[in-house]
Design a binder for this molecule. Structure first.
Ligand code: FAD
Length: 316
């Protein structure tokens, strides 16, 4: 099923990136749901410059590429992903002050929750909501991740973005066109195009006492642990439809605990679909279909997926 990438292209990646480049790497270990087949080509990058070099090379060779952050908002097909998967480990962080606020300039592969902890330790407020949100800054910039009444939209001043065929430019917050778990970049999902890539982000932070920030983060974390199940999952599967909670609808449709193979709808929170061991992406997809159809039949509500289904799915 996979493209027959030319040997010359593979050699070019090997020459540029050495051991960072591999072929046919299973993706289950790199996704929070612990499912997903192989990436035809798999490259780990450690800086925004490497990330840019990699996507530019892939784009110039007409190779489809996919940026993998923490893999916490995607469901990768059992058949895997053709082309190049770039695992983003670009993590450099620096801070600068404008006299009143502090701006954090962070590469997109930085773990969001670790960054939030780092900021709290420095007495910089604004990212406490992100404690416990898995994944990278890049994934959060794309998906406008959020929790506890705040989201990326409330922090992001600007993002440095690579545009296919054009190069790099800064996007202002307004240009990101943020909505609920949505952005101009997220809306590119599912289209047969080369997607834009977030290289780094500038986040606005406000000096506050460390103990105040730490207490706020602790309260958020406690709430998260009380309301969300542990285990391997993609977090919330569906977006909350207007005036509803997706979890409430799935629960009321009687689907808590529904299981297909190793995949089950959580008893604790019905919008979490858990890989209880050995689940396939197909089994999770079957749960998604069951939940979507049941909610539509019973409530007339058509839910939108929050999670992106990526790779070689057979939709026949
Ligand atoms: C247990 C659990 C709890 C969660 N809780 C929350 C929550 O409270 N709030 C919330 O909003 N989300 C939550 N999520 C979902 C997830 O953590 C977020 O959506 C997160 O921001 C995804 O980041 P990621 O790096 O894992 O993205 P990935 O899943 O790796 O990628 C998601 C999409 O973003 C793209 N992408 C990633 N990095 C870049 C980049 N640098 N440039 C361009 N595109 C990029 C990918 O190609 C893909 O299309 C939860 C998930 C889990 C498993």
């Amino acid at each position: 099923m996979f493209l027959k990438t030319s040997i010359a292209t593979v050699e070019q990646f090997q020459e540029l990136f050495g051991d960072q480049f591999q072929t046919y790497v299973n993706l289950d270990r790199y996704t929070s749901a612990r499912v997903g087949g192989p990436a035809e080509m798999f490259l780990t990058v450690h800086s925004a410059a490497e990330l840019q070099t990699a996507v530019e090379l892939a784009y110039s060779r007409h190779i489809p590429y996919f940026i993998l952050g923490g893999g916490s908002n995607i469901l990768v097909a059992d058949q895997g992903i053709s082309g190049l998967v770039i695992m983003n480990k670009a993590k450099a962080v620096r801070y600068r002050s404008n006299g009143v606020n502090v701006i954090c300039v962070v590469e997109s592969g930085m773990n969001l929750s670790s960054l939030a902890r780092q900021c709290i330790g420095k007495g910089l407020g604004g990212l406490e909501w992100a404690i416990g949100v898995p994944g990278t800054v890049g994934g959060a910039v794309v998906g406008n991740s959020g929790a506890h009444g705040a989201d990326m939209n409330s922090n992001l001043l600007a993002a440095q973005i690579w545009e296919p065929g054009r190069g790099v430019r800064m996007y202002s917050n307004e240009e990101m066109r943020y909505g609920y778990r949505d952005s101009i970049l997220k809306r590119e999902h599912g289209k047969n195009i080369s997607r834009r890539v977030v290289l780094s982000a500038e986040l606005q932070l406000k000096p506050e006492p460390v103990d105040v920030l730490a207490a706020r983060a602790d309260a958020f974390n406690t709430h998260r642990k009380q309301t969300q199940p542990g285990g391997a999952s993609t977090g919330s599967m569906f977006k909350n439809p207007e005036n509803y909670y997706a979890g409430y609808l799935i629960d009321t449709a009687g689907l808590k605990g529904l299981r297909f193979g190793g995949a089950a709808i959580s008893q604790k929170h019905a919008n979490f679909f858990i890989n209880e061991g050995g689940a396939s992406a197909e089994e999770i997809r079957a749960l998604i279909a069951e939940a979507w159809n049941s909610v539509r039949e019973q409530f007339g509500v058509e839910m939108d997926l929050e999670v992106e289904m990526v790779g070689e799915w057979n939709f026949d």
